[in-house]
Design a protein around this ligand. Structure first.
Ligand SMILES: [Fe+2]
Length: 283
């Protein structure tokens, strides 16, 4: 309501600027202490985003506007939401893990996301091919990194160029990715990926698709579905893997270490740490 946020349960209204309760619909006496915590936030690309810093520091960078969304040239075409049992760092690290693309994401999307069956004989005639590069961005965008991804498909070993797709995944900070798609005639669009920690080792991940208005909705919906199947393959891994701070890697995995060095900037001395007793089975 106005610049207030209203609780859907009893209708209490809290001021946007300082969190103080302004109105309780069934009483004239609003208690002095009635207030909620106020967070720095912004409304951009049809999302409301909240800045969290464990030391309470003010926002250090702004989320750029995707002009095509603001101007209405790219419109909402669907959303997915997953809850993933993993360390927060695992999900962004996927972009720098370029070697897993050539294994986990090779089988055609039609063979599904269940890793027990996705190497299916039925669908093995269809394969994805990926060429990926990942790098951090220079000043003044040290909080950003970029993956350039070239996707193609083969059927019975023959490349079908109609399905060639270029994807640029630009990560901003630890929790936001712009996945921009460009196809020679199926148009352009973006999936916004938002990662929100819900509790230690539980992450909520949403993907929201915006696509050119001139392209029929089944096209972006198909792309979102295909992306979602590929993402769910990673989810099955994340749900079952443990974060290892010093993994055994080979030369070709070196971008994982680069990503880990880049990601360090998002931690501070007071970042929450998972405590568990190492000498018992109580974890
Ligand atoms: Fe992946």
């Amino acid at each position: 309501m106005g610049n207030c946020i209203e609780c859907p349960f009893h209708g209490w209204q809290f001021r946007g600027e300082d969190g103080k309760c302004e109105k309780i619909p069934y009483t004239d006496k609003v208690p002095e202490v009635a207030a909620v915590r106020c967070w720095p936030s912004c409304e951009v690309n049809q999302h409301i985003l909240v800045w969290f810093h464990c030391d309470g520091a003010e926002p250090e960078w702004a989320v750029p506007e995707q002009e095509e969304i603001t101007k209405g040239q790219w419109v909402y075409r669907g959303r997915t939401e997953h809850f993933v049992s993993s360390h927060i760092q695992e999900i962004p690290e996927n972009a720098a893990d370029v070697t897993h693309l050539g294994h986990l994401h090779i089988p055609g999307f039609t063979s599904g996301a269940d890793l027990r069956y996705h190497y299916s004989r039925l669908w093995e005639f269809m394969q994805h091919k990926w060429e990926a590069e990942w790098a951090p961005e220079p000043e003044p965008n040290l909080h950003c990194s970029k993956m350039q991804l070239k996707h193609s498909m083969t059927f019975f070993g023959f490349h079908w160029s109609l399905l060639d797709l270029h994807v640029e995944a630009r990560q901003m900070g630890p929790g936001l990715v712009f996945l921009r798609f460009a196809h020679s005639f199926l148009g352009r669009g973006v999936i916004l990926q938002c990662l929100t920690p819900v509790e230690p080792l539980l992450q909520s991940v949403t993907h929201t698709m915006f696509y050119q208005t001139s392209i029929p909705p089944p096209v972006p919906k198909f792309l979102l579905k295909a992306e979602s199947i590929q993402f769910e393959r990673d989810v099955m891994i994340w749900n079952n893997k443990k974060y290892i701070s010093k993994p055994l890697l080979v030369k070709e995995d070196s971008t994982i270490l680069k990503h880990r060095r880049w990601y360090q900037q998002f931690y501070s001395q007071n970042s929450p740490r998972l405590q568990h007793q190492r000498d018992t089975l109580d974890f």
